[in-house]
Design a protein around this ligand. Structure first.
Ligand SMILES: Nc1ncnc2c1ncn2[C@@H]1O[C@H](COP(=O)(O)OP(=O)(O)OP(=O)(O)O)[C@@H](O)[C@H]1O
Ligand SMILES: O=C(O)C1=C[C@@H](O)[C@@H](O)[C@H](O)C1
Ligand SMILES: [Mg+2]
Length: 180
């Protein structure tokens, strides 16, 4: 049997709370690759939090910086696992830039499960701020998912909620890379 081609770059996409950072870190350990998180890259270069960028400059500015920093990261040499921001694939042709550079994995998690995780984690999220209760959060997530599905669905690899484990994704990627 031919050896499986080595994974060079892996991109994780999905809604806020889908588990991109958690799974991305696990996969990076398993493949012995550096782990990068696009939101963290933006925060580092801007010297302020995502919430502060949204509050001070608005979403359009954030999306421009996100697209530019994604391309800067991609121009660096080397292998990595990158967790994108929740909206990354939906703006400025970022999805095409991701698809052209490595396998893209979509973490498909339904809105009620996203809401449960988001409420448990209590992280500040500008696009989900100010929602009165769990039901309002679920409907906002559902609505966002409906808009984003046409982007997320173009990922060649997908895992669903509880099945998004390092072991499952390694199997999926193994098959994908050996067919590439
Ligand atoms: N497979 C899983 N099952 C249950 N909970 C999970 C799973 N993966 C991650 N979580 C939890 O859900 C929350 C969100 O996970 P994580 O931060 O990895 O998501 P994310 O997609 O990176 O979200 P963000 O939009 O904040 O970047 C965390 O509290 C994490 O512990
Ligand atoms: O879903 C989104 O649009 C976002 C998700 C986060 O990862 C951040 O990139 C930002 O809060 C926007
Ligand atoms: Mg994350």
């Amino acid at each position: 049997m031919m050896p499986e081609p080595e994974l060079q770059r892996l991109y994780l996409i999905g809604m806020p709370g889908a588990g991109k950072t958690t799974l991305g870190r696990g996969l990076a350990v398993a493949y012995e690759l550096p782990f990068l998180d696009l939101d963290e890259e933006i925060v580092r270069r801007e010297g302020r939090s995502v919430a502060d960028i949204f509050a001070a400059e608005g979403e359009d500015y954030f999306r421009e910086r996100e697209a530019a920093i994604l391309r800067e990261v991609q121009q660096q040499p080397g292998r990595f696992v990158l967790a994108t921001g929740g909206g990354t694939p939906c703006f400025h042709h970022n999805l095409e830039a991701l698809l052209a550079d490595g396998p893209v994995l979509y973490l498909d998690v339904p809105a009620p499960e996203l809401a449960a995780r988001i409420l448990a984690a209590a992280v500040q999220r500008p696009l989900l701020a100010g929602l009165p209760d769990r039901e309002a959060l679920i409907s906002r997530l559902d609505e966002t998912l409906r808009h984003r599905t046409r982007f997320y669905d173009r990922a060649p690899l997908r895992c669903s909620a509880a099945a998004c484990t390092v072991e499952n994704v390694r199997r999926l990627l193994g098959r994908y890379l050996s067919l590439a």
